[in-house]
Design a protein around this ligand. Sequence first.
Ligand SMILES: C[S@@+](CC[C@H](N)C(=O)[O-])C[C@H]1O[C@@H](n2cnc3c(N)ncnc32)[C@H](O)[C@@H]1O
Length: 213
Amino acid sequence: MLAQFRPAIFSGMLSQDVQLFFRSWTCDPLRVGAIAPSGPALAALMTAEISAASAPVIKLGPGTGVFTRALLARGVVEENLALIEFGSEFAAKLNADFPRAKTLCMDAARLRDVELFDDTLAGAVISGLPLLSMTPRTVYSILEGAFAHLRANGAFYQFTYGPRCPVSRPLLDRLGLKATYLGGTFANVPPAAVYRIQRRKALRVHGTTADRS
Ligand SMILES: C[S@@+](CC[C@H](N)C(=O)[O-])C[C@H]1O[C@@H](n2cnc3c(N)ncnc32)[C@H](O)[C@@H]1O
């Protein structure tokens, strides 16, 4: 099924996407966080646990839409996607390429304030945000807002170019979350690793609640 989005990635669209991405990176390297769009191997890893049952799905920092195409190939319909992108140059392209998705040109740190799918909570958040170039306070707001939109068993998927989870242990502890390493790929520029972040399950022990993480 993923083969469906691979041809699009390697088609003539790619060079336009690479140019747009590179131009955006030269204007605002900290916000864009990479010099080239993510590759198909990373898109496959980031969406490996996603199916139609994960809908609706929130995509943070979709950029040129590489992971968004992977989500569609996994069976999530466009109407069930919310695309949260700060860069107006990327948001305009996302609006044109995915007209039935809900594209919001906004800071993902303000996610808590917006209504996305009426009263329906999301099954997954797929984040391409450059968390390593953000302050701990901003990362906290992004995660807090994202989990406010997620179902109890919903998961937040994040990739990183760094050697460990880009969300620090104290921040995870403060939010009652845990991170699990899902895998890495060298078939990406640069090589990247993917983490799943979830709520810790609360255990009831003799009338009190304890974390099981
Ligand atoms: C590393 S790129 C991800 C690119 C995407 N995976 C692709 O291949 O096109 C990071 C993206 O996050 C966006 N971004 C950065 N900070 C953001 C924020 N605070 N809120 C929403 N989007 C943000 C950038 O504009 C960029 O599109």
